[in-house]
Design a protein around this ligand. Sequence first.
Ligand SMILES: Cc1cc2nc3c(=O)[nH]c(=O)nc-3n(C[C@H](O)[C@H](O)[C@H](O)COP(=O)(O)OP(=O)(O)OC[C@H]3O[C@@H](n4cnc5c(N)ncnc54)[C@H](O)[C@@H]3O)c2cc1C
Length: 320
Amino acid sequence: MPDVLVIGGGVIGLTTAVKLRESGLAADIWTAERADRTTSAVAGATWYPYRASPVERVLDWTRRSRAYFDAMAADPRTGVTIRESLQFWREPLTELPWWAGAVPDVRLCTGSELPPGFAGGYRFTQPVVTMPVYLRYLTERFERAGGSITTKAIASFSEPAAVAPAVVNCTGLASRTLADDPEVVPVRGQWVRVANPGVERVIADFGHPEGEAYLIPHRDSCILGGTGEEGEWDTTPDPETAAKLVARCAELDPRVARATVLEHRAGLRPVRSAGVRLTAESTVEGGLLVHDYGHGGAGVTLSWGCAEEVESILRARISR
Ligand SMILES: Cc1cc2nc3c(=O)[nH]c(=O)nc-3n(C[C@H](O)[C@H](O)[C@H](O)COP(=O)(O)OP(=O)(O)OC[C@H]3O[C@@H](n4cnc5c(N)ncnc54)[C@H](O)[C@@H]3O)c2cc1C
């Protein structure tokens, strides 16, 4: 019998299960879908606390996660690299952003760093995570630590609770029904992946009148984003939106307008109005149910910090 069953095999479930296994707890995963079919596989992904709350806990989890990503960046098999990042705004900025406490090297852009049309900006370094590679890496790391992944969709938490004394709910948006939580809602994000024409830095325009624009360079490709459509459930990429994204991103780097398009994707960020739910409760079976969902646009960013917290909750309850 496992000590813990983690339900969900996206970035939150996989990271939690790796953390638990590597700290000596026998954790296994049950998941409706394998990692490459999850929302996590659609993430851009940069280490950045986007659309997640509450602020103090998010800053703490973001800071803790950074140490893991910095360490993984030393190994190219992880899909993690550290990139320079520039965020531009159309109005002047005089103060560092709310997330500055989690980012070691953020500073205001100097005037000479601002392209025409922008009046303010931030400059910092940021882990960039190539999700298909990273999710494969996490899966292998978990299996190497002795964990097993079973493809199984649950209808209720009493199913895993009958098998293990502790269950961790990492089902993201599905917690809306599984945990009967209407506060978790989709915020749709769409992007276009193009062959990388030589983009080296993450560049974002957060003041574009038609919506955000950002370029996230990976090794051979570059993601052009993005949208943030609240309450929208459709994951079919919209061609008109894609054309607008390419045009907005070309204002930041004209080379992307001529780059070969490789892929269109859209996914649903699990945003929770009350903030990430990381809480523990007793089950009617006498076991423990830890919820860990609602990470919004920052599941990758918060993953290791949240996994540390889940581990300490379980450590206090399970003696080994
Ligand atoms: C376009 C886009 C860009 C993004 N960019 C970033 C970024 O740059 N940085 C960042 O940090 N975050 C980013 N995000 C957010 C990030 O993708 C999410 O916060 C994260 O994927 C949530 O992970 P999760 O594991 O909770 O959920 P998911 O990845 O959705 O995983 C949920 C898991 O639960 C399983 N499951 C569901 N129902 C059941 C059931 N009944 N029984 C068993 N298993 C079940 C699923 O099969 C899946 O394995 C982005 C998201 C999108 C859509």
